[in-house]
Design a protein around this ligand. Structure first.
Ligand code: FES
Length: 147
C-alpha cells in the first residue's frame, strides 16, 4: 500500500525539529483529522539554507513533511513556492489516494512559512495568500491556516 520511500521517510524523517529565530514559520492544520504541521525556515539571500518541521499527524503527513523539507532545502524561495503536493507525492513514489490530502498539508505549510517570511520583510503578500484552500476530494478534508 505504501511505497518504500514513504515508509523510509516515516521511519527516518529528515529535518525534524525547530529552528530558533526562524525567518519564516508556517503552521497548517486539518480541522477534520486534527493533524498539524509546522515548518520553520532559515533564509539567506533568498535561499532556504535550513528547514525543519514538526508534524503531529499520520504517517503519510510525516513522510510528506520530511520529503517537502528535502525538496526545498537549498532552493530559492521562488522555486519553493512552486512546490505542489503532487510533486511531493511523486517524489515519494506515490501515495494511496486516500492519503493524497496529507500531501496538501505539506504544500500549504511551506507556502504559509514563506508568506510569514515575506510579511516579516514588510512585503505585500496579497497575491500569494492561499485563496483557494484545497479540499481533498477523497475525504473532504479542508485546511486551516494558523500562525
Ligand atoms: Fe490527516 Fe494524514 S490523515 S494529514
Amino acid at each position: 500500500m505504501y511505497s518504500e520511500k514513504v515508509i523510509n521517510h516515516f521511519q527516518n524523517p529528515r529535518n525534524v525539529g525547530e529552528i530558533e529565530n526562524a525567518d519564516g514559520i508556517g503552521q497548517v492544520g486539518s480541522p477534520v483529522c486534527g493533524d498539524i504541521m509546522k515548518i520553520y525556515l532559515k533564509i539567506e539571500n533568498d535561499v532556504i539554507v535550513d528547514v525543519k518541521f514538526k508534524t503531529f499527524g499520520c504517517g503519510a503527513a510525516i513522510a510528506t513533511s520530511s520529503m517537502a523539507t528535502e525538496l526545498i532545502k537549498g532552493k530559492k524561495i521562488e522555486e519553493a513556492l512552486k512546490l505542489t503536493n503532487e510533486a511531493v507525492a511523486e517524489a515519494l513514489d506515490g501515495l494511496p489516494p486516500v492519503k493524497m490530502h496529507c500531501s496538501i498539508l505539506a504544500e500549504e505549510a511551506v507556502k504559509t512559512a514563506i508568506i510569514d517570511y515575506y510579511k516579516k520583510q514588510g512585503k505585500d503578500t496579497s497575491d500569494l495568500e492561499i485563496k483557494d484552500i484545497k479540499v481533498c476530494e477523497g475525504c473532504s478534508h479542508a485546511y486551516s491556516k494558523e500562525y
